[in-house]
Write a protein that binds this ligand. Structure first.
Ligand code: ATP
Length: 514
């Protein structure tokens, strides 16, 4: 069964219809880029969280967890550089009154040139058939080379302007490239200006500026300020890591792609503390290890790629994104950063407290260097559901909507049906449910014909349906239907736990990484 991918707008409406994600404050017409997770959404989200957090803390004995407060001392954000530098370049189109990030407009333009080059290659591949030498064509065809050159020249010019925070240069690039507003189609732009992304609020007991607090824009700083607490209380030896899942808040300028870019979202971050000088080795290690984690989900290796950064953040000496092929193209899903000793040193300077580690092996004191892996939980959610949702045509030409969510992440793992609502079948189905409910997320359903119940479970991604029929009463066996193959097998009741345990456990995914 070759499924067809569905459009982005259909993913959004499917999420609402089945209770994965609702627009925030919907009865008040919503609130920009804020979303609520429904009953199935929260299940899936919690499982993704566990797949990340438990993998980090269970399979790496040198990584421990933490859960730090959203509010932090305001000096934290001065030390981290967020007060001065956590800005995005903002530009408005005067005709549509729409706001854009200048850097995103330019990055999209680079992507357009690359797409044009790739289209030329694809056209040629069709024309030449089996004799096509793609490498040679890419290296010699003047049209393809022209597009690559344009993309490269623009990338360089952009990296320079962005590196120097030169807003006038960014504006000039947008003008020179003739970039138009996607809504109004006009080039009537304002100047580019810096916009700080932190939300601020007020501490109750202190009036005025002194009481100004920020909602954390990343979870990492809670880890840095607790670095010594964790090292001492848990007798951690460098290299070691601290992992945290939690909310972060950013007043994003443009937030139009559903849960891809939200103003309130969750991050899953791990800071790995290493000896100075060893950071690039560990950077490579974590880059590869995180990619393997992604691949263990089975969403298709071709849907991921690395993007190495040209413009490094003020704290980094190496950085890459893991990009995923979302319905709107390859975009950042996770960042891997070699953050040097910047954060810990800054906190030493601003707090006046030493954040040094005494290394028993080398008998030296030092401020460790840090490798960070940082992934958006909501973005991972979007990656999974956009990859999973398919319209499939079955051998009998009927259609089904199915969510091919990795088995061990599915919000409902086993659906349990009595074939009909009488003859003692519901009672036996309830018994099966009692048998399985402590170990698996089960859903009992007795409404409508079985075929329709299967379709409902396919649409929410349930890996297995168990049906209890008259034979079950006599033989003590049930039918187990697999979501992906749609095959049905009969199993005795006492075989169910093992059968499902093997197929629904997260350890299956984790083991494939090592
Ligand atoms: P972008 O370039 O897309 O704004 P970023 O480089 O600012 O992202 P980081 O600061 O590296 O992102 O944050 C780490 C991860 O947190 C990102 O890879 C992404 O998955 C997630 N993330 C960041 N901002 C948002 C947001 N507004 N909504 C949802 N997830 C986000």
């Amino acid at each position: 069964m070759q499924g067809q991918e569905v459009q982005f707008k259909d993913i959004i409406s499917h999420c609402k219809e089945y209770g994965f994600i609702f627009p925030g404050s919907e009865i008040y017409d919503g609130l920009g880029a804020v979303y609520d997770y429904g009953p199935l959404g929260v299940e899936l989200k919690n499982r993704i969280k566990s797949y990340w957090y438990e993998w980090m803390t269970r399979t790496h004995e040198d990584i421990v967890g933490i859960d730090t407060a959203i509010f932090m001392h305001p000096e934290v954000w001065k030390a981290s550089g967020h007060v001065d530098a956590f800005n995005d370049p903002l530009i408005d189109n005067k005709d549509s009154k729409k706001r854009y990030r200048a850097d995103v407009l330019i990055e999209d333009q680079i992507e357009k040139y690359l797409e044009k080059a790739n289209k030329e290659v694809a056209k040629a591949a069709k024309r030449f058939g089996d004799n096509f030498d793609e490498k040679l064509y890419r290296e010699t065809n003047p049209r393809v080379l022209g597009y690559f050159d344009k993309a490269e020249a623009l990338r360089k010019r952009f990296a320079e302007a962005a590196g120097e925070n030169d807003m006038t240069a960014l504006k000039r690039i947008i003008e020179d490239e003739g970039i138009v507003c996607p809504v109004s189609g006009s080039r009537n732009w304002t100047e580019v200006r810096q916009f700080n992304l932190m939300f601020s609020t007020q501490l109750g007991s202190i009036a005025g500026d002194a009481g100004e607090l920020y909602l954390r824009p990343e979870t990492a700083q809670g880890i840095f300020v607790n670095f010594l607490n964790v090292a001492k209380s848990n007798r951690m030896k460098v290299p070691f890591g601290i992992a945290q899942v939690g909310k972060a808040f950013r007043n994003e300028i443009v937030a139009r792609q559903f849960i891809f870019r939200m103003r309130e979202f969750e991050q899953m971050e791990m800071q790995f503390f290493v000896r100075p000088g060893e950071e690039l080795k560990w950077y490579e290690f974590w880059k590869n290890r995180r990619m393997k984690w992604h691949q263990s989900l089975g969403l298709g290796d071709d849907n991921y790629r690395f993007h190495d950064h040209d413009k490094l953040a003020h704290y980094a000496n190496a950085a890459a994104d893991i990009e995923f092929k979302f319905p709107f193209g390859f975009k950042e899903l996770e960042g891997i950063h070699s953050r040097t000793d910047f954060d810990l040193k800054q906190h030493e300077a601003h707090s006046g407290k030493k954040l040094q580690y005494f290394d028993p092996e080398s008998q030296e004191k030092y401020v460790p260097y840090v490798i960070e892996t940082s992934i958006g939980l909501d973005r991972m959610f979007l990656a999974i559901i956009s990859n999973a949702l398919r319209e499939e045509t079955l051998p009998d030409d009927s259609k089904r909507t199915v969510m091919r969510i990795p088995f061990f992440l599915a919000p409902v793992q086993i659906a349990i049906f009595p074939l009909i609502k009488k003859d003692g079948l519901p009672e036996m189905a309830r018994e099966v449910q009692s048998l399985l409910r402590y170990d698996f997320a089960c859903q009992y359903d007795e409404k409508d014909a079985v075929g329709r119940r299967y379709r409902r479970q396919d649409a929410i991604g349930t890996p297995f349906c168990v049906t209890i029929d008259h034979e079950s009463l006599e033989a003590g066996t049930v039918t187990v239907r697999n979501r992906d193959t749609m095959e049905q097998i009969r199993l005795p009741l006492d075989a169910l736990s093992n059968y499902f345990g093997e197929r629904l456990s997260m350890s299956r995914g984790w083991k494939s990484i090592d």
